[in-house]
Design a binder for this molecule. Sequence first.
Ligand code: HEM
Length: 196
Amino acid sequence: MFKPTLFVLCLFPIVWLLWRESMGQLGANPIEAMIRELGLWALRLLLLTLCVTPIRQLLQWHALIRVRRMLGLYCFFYAVSHVVSYLWLDQSFDVGDIINDIIKRPFITVGFLSFVLLIPLAITSSNRMIQRLGGKQWRQLHRLVYLIGILSVLHFWWMAESKSRLAEPWLYVVALAILLAMRIPLTRLFLKPPAR
Ligand code: HEM
């Protein structure tokens, strides 16, 4: 029951966003609000995906692994929606403007890189692809998620810095730093639950 509940919960942000959009409740700049909210949910889901392994190890809750792929794919879904709304609503699919933006605005460059790196992870998320690649290679490829986390937080940070609103990105910097630190073997040694 946990997985289907989480599946529905993860759909809620986009349904709620589209509902508010259709009711004209997204404020003075609905396009910006939409792009931002979708980006924020992509990042939140990325961090939630990164929470799975440490929580599983700390609580010995092994069944949690079953939702990791779903959370990762939801992160990709929100990232695609974020990027498509930028390309469509903000740039009207004007290729010249888009390329210019990617080259000239560092926060877009970093967001673009992080999005491009997400693609192979989404494509290789199925059991068939895990088998085809082999466990070791699959795990190596999926370590890219750490770099994607850093690039996505940097994307957020850079965007917010230009508008002097750094309080929220700080939260994500700290959360990501903790999640990455928990993967360092020495930290894992301290966090290991006592032997029963
Ligand atoms: C081609 C890739 C991407 C492009 C072109 C892009 C573009 C944008 C744009 C235009 C904004 C809004 C800036 C503003 O309002 O001034 C934004 C904000 C944001 N993006 Fe992206 N983005 C990309 C990838 C990503 C990815 C992969 C993530 C996360 C996994 C992400 C997370 C965010 C976040 C968290 C914000 C800030 C939301 C807020 O202000 O509350 N973006 N992005």
